[in-house]
Design a binder for this molecule. Structure first.
Ligand code: DX5
Ligand code: ZN
Length: 226
């Protein structure tokens, strides 16, 4: 079985007690912390910056922090997040002028680098930089808000991305973000994803542990991508 990672998106957490929320969700069995950065420019919403990432590290969070940049321009903020303790940093290729350079500057700072594709965006931008990617993130909703419905065509796109990764022979993870929960995580895994972001499905539930356990039970039933 592939090594599946569950990445709760803190976008749906209670920001008034963020440190405790992150502690609770990690104790409930989450693997990594998904950290959504929105700039009210690339996406029509505004969230949190590097100071909050650093604050989580100072609070004692040691799990990987997976920073999803929905911002333009990208480079300066990517560097600021690397300095603030981010572990994974991803960005949308259309949000930067020089994708290859941005990927390199993330890796040079010791972070894992990822490209994020919106629902209608082709995977083409990944083709010539596969050797510079640690993960590919497919959006299964339009970026900007939590709590949206999973877009079903993502399943086809996941298969395509999985094929590209297999053909490259490189250890690139395949992450999915938006509308994922216990009800569809198995189908998403069977389409090729190995890393699952879930915001409202986890933070909107009374027991984070129950949801994460239900997700893992579904993942245990998943067959490999056909
Ligand atoms: C949307 C964000 C997601 C969001 C997912 O732009 O990138 O990470 O928090 O939330 P859910 O799981 O509620 O769709
Ligand atoms: Zn995200």
């Amino acid at each position: 079985m592939p090594d599946f990672l569950i990445a709760p998106s803190i976008l749906s957490a209670n920001f008034a007690r963020l440190g405790a929320e992150v502690d609770t969700v990690l104790a409930a069995g989450a693997d990594i912390v998904h950290f959504d950065v929105m700039d009210n420019h690339y996406v029509p919403n505004l969230t949190i910056g590097p100071m909050v990432c650093r604050a989580l590290r100072h609070h004692g969070v040691t799990a990987p922090i997976d920073v999803h940049l929905m911002v333009t321009p990208v480079d300066e903020l990517a560097i600021a997040f690397a300095d603030a303790g981010a572990s994974w940093i991803s960005f949308h290729p259309e949000a930067t002028h020089h994708v290859d350079r941005t990927l390199s500057l993330i890796r040079e700072r010791g972070c894992k680098a990822g490209l994020v594709f919106n629902p209608a965006t082709s995977l083409e931008a990944a083709r010539y930089v596969m050797d510079k990617l640690d993960f590919i993130l497919l959006m299964s909703v339009n970026p900007g808000f939590g709590g949206q419905k999973f877009i079903p065509s993502t399943l086809l796109k996941l298969r395509e991305a999985r094929r590209m990764i297999e053909e490259s022979g490189l250890p690139i993870r395949l992450e999915v973000d938006g509308g994922v929960g216990a009800g569809n995580i198995r189908a998403v895994a069977e389409a090729g994803a190995d890393t699952f972001v879930a915001g409202s499905a986890i933070f909107g539930a009374p027991s984070y542990a129950e949801v994460i356990t239900a997700m893992r039970e579904q993942l245990a039933l998943a067959a490999g991508p056909a």
